[in-house]
Design a protein around this ligand. Structure first.
Ligand code: ZN
Length: 136
């Protein structure tokens, strides 16, 4: 009788264990689906924000709640532009103001479109490093 009871317990253990493994697999699958939806929402939030910025970011009538965030993005875009031009300058390159081609900064005229090469004044550009900006 004691042995029969032991056998029953083993059977219950095996049953419970396989049920638990199955529950864990189901939980993992459900959590994966939740994660997928959350990631999709995050991606969509970012896209909405980007579209909002592109459509309304430059509008001075923009809502108070968005003004500071749009300003942060605008300043970062200016800084990125400045840093990209600085990378070119460090490497003896510049961007043609006529066609946008990356060209040698020592050229007098763009080798692609013939526009006179004008080197950007990085110190006075928006996005300039404060250390490089002209002293007021
Ligand atoms: Zn050009």
């Amino acid at each position: 009788m004691a042995f029969g009871n032991f056998g029953k317990k083993i059977g219950e253990f095996a049953h419970n264990t396989s049920e638990k493994v199955s529950d864990m697999a189901e939980t993992s699958k459900l959590n994966g689906a939740i994660g997928d939806r959350k990631a999709e929402i995050q991606k969509t939030y970012v896209e909405i924000g980007k579209r909002y910025f592109e459509e309304f970011g430059g509008n001075p009538e923009i809502g108070e709640a968005y003004r500071a965030d749009c300003e942060t993005i605008r300043k970062s875009l200016e800084r990125i532009r400045w840093l990209e031009l600085k990378v070119l300058e460090v490497n003896g390159k510049t961007v043609c103001t006529g066609c946008g081609e990356e060209i040698d900064a020592t050229l007098a005229f763009c080798s692609k479109c013939g526009t006179k090469v004008a080197l950007p004044d990085l110190a006075s550009m928006p996005g300039a490093d404060p250390a490089e900006a002209p002293k007021a």
